[in-house]
Design a protein around this ligand. Sequence first.
Ligand SMILES: NC(=O)C1=CN([C@@H]2O[C@H](COP(=O)(O)OP(=O)(O)OC[C@H]3O[C@@H](n4cnc5c(N)ncnc54)[C@H](O)[C@@H]3O)[C@@H](O)[C@H]2O)C=CC1
Ligand SMILES: CC(=O)C(=O)O
Ligand SMILES: [Mg+2]
Length: 573
Amino acid sequence: MSTPATRALRVALRGQSILTSPRFNKGTAFTNSERKAFGLTGREPWRVNTLEEQCQRAYDQLSTRDTPIRKNTFLQSLKDQNWVLYYGLISRHLKELIPIIYTPTQADAIANYSHLFRRSEGMYLTYPNAESMEEDFLEQTRGRDIQLLVCSDAEAILGIGDQGVGGIGITTAKSAIYTLLAGIDPSKSISVTLDVGTDNEELLKDDLYVGWPKNRVRGKAYDEFIDKFVQLVRKYHPHSLLHFEDFGVSNAKRLLDVYRDQHAVFNDDIQGTGAVTLAALASAVGVTKSKLSDQRIVVYGAGTAGLGITRQLRDAMVQIDGVAESDANKQFFLFDRYGLVKESLGPKIRADLREYVRPDAEWEGAPTNDKGEVELFDVVQRVKPTVLIGCSTRGGAFTEKVVREMARGTDRPIIFPLSNPSRLAEVDPKDANIWTDGKALMASGSPFPPCKNPRGGKDYIVAECNNALIYPGLGYGAMITQARSLSDSMIIAGARRLASLSPALADPDSALLPDFHDAREVNTEVAIAVAEQALDEGIADVSWKKDEVREQIVSHMWQPVYADFEYDPNGLQ
Ligand SMILES: NC(=O)C1=CN([C@@H]2O[C@H](COP(=O)(O)OP(=O)(O)OC[C@H]3O[C@@H](n4cnc5c(N)ncnc54)[C@H](O)[C@@H]3O)[C@@H](O)[C@H]2O)C=CC1
Ligand SMILES: CC(=O)C(=O)O
Ligand SMILES: [Mg+2]
């Protein structure tokens, strides 16, 4: 970890108020002079602890919690008390604790949000309060230098669907990851739930549900509500990054297209997932010594992530390999809940999938199921894909039959079960490893343990292909340069930098992506690449020279270390 900031912060809170402010609370780490100045001498036990000692104590306490969800609740409570301790603790145990505060465990915390609820965190903008939205917004943001807003309407949380107000839990988790992995000051970011109701019947029937218990608002009323929020962001925080997370498939891409020319907006499920998957695939084709544009790619689940991945890979084939877009499109075979996306499905196909629709003639005589759909196995048999990507939320969809068939058609099947949380992965990498006799090159959306090599030799490390390996760097690179937008080239620059850090480059038997243990360093590199590209494109609003970028990026990162405080009645609160 780099050197702590030393300048004393002027703080106006005293006594109980500073102890209940997670931003300023240091607990037993307040020094004796701070205790005097802030009225804490009688409010703290005698001994002054270091952050290191506090982390040790908190880690010991955490270790007594025996299930992931209890650990998640403990950490949430720590975050409510003391940010430096929370981030300091997780930074010291990154690989162990990210799965507790993020996927997979956060999915359970979100699904049980109303029952686990203790206190609110972030901003709740609720449809029936639309009239007072500006007031409610300013209540939490007035006078604050907000650089990042992470928002969700919670219609498609991870792979667990509509979670209503519980969706605040994905925005707070994504914001925490920004802080941990890209050093974004938590006091400069805000997590927002746009509560437009829920179509989740179980939540609607639950008397303890704390969100607005009505069906989702849709159509014009929905668009107006979202627009009101985005215009507030633009008005009060024109240089901020607005991050969209886990919107439903009918809104995600549409909203990105509407707003990307107005403000620096980013859709993580489309752009972040596309970028991290591109990096993993670039690394895999390095191992197989083939070109991206030579791959025959089956994308199973043509929703928000599926489309984002397809477009990103397609654009990279065009930009990196120089193939025509129409030829690149032909390398993709998309599946959705109605089977292979082919011409005769007509209006069932969303407009944004049109470029990738397979011609019916190609499938004449192919076996179909009793609904007339062409199934995954038959496509695998006929197309002999080199790449199989899952983002369908359908756990176990890559069956033994499908995976064995794929391995018959290609030497090194590239298999990415990306659905989260772990139980929704399209295949357990351990099984795919056995069914392909250890030949599969794999990456998964949630963490999985290494696989034994059936032919002996070292274990195969399954890369975690989660957008968290790249979105904090993409976002930070855009924010720090005050870029007017996060352009496609900035995203590709980030993905290429990530791919360049792949362990498989040096050793083809290694993981396709860097380990999450190194996720902060990795995201720092991504941020540098993104900032350099923003400068090259002339869309940055800073006048740095290229060789200053690294220093600027690193020196502006927030670190989980205690600053010295001085009491000042006109100071921060
Ligand atoms: N690894 C990562 O970084 C990321 C992973 N994901 C995961 O990808 C999954 C999908 O997320 P989104 O695209 O946001 O959701 P989505 O709801 O937009 O997309 C899911 C798609 O799968 C389709 N589908 C459902 N059942 C199917 C079936 N039996 N066969 C084929 N297709 C089927 C749906 O019709 C829908 O189009 C989730 O589990 C999510 O956690 C999403 C973003 C990032
Ligand atoms: C990782 C992520 O963004 C998702 O599963 O939705
Ligand atoms: Mg997501």
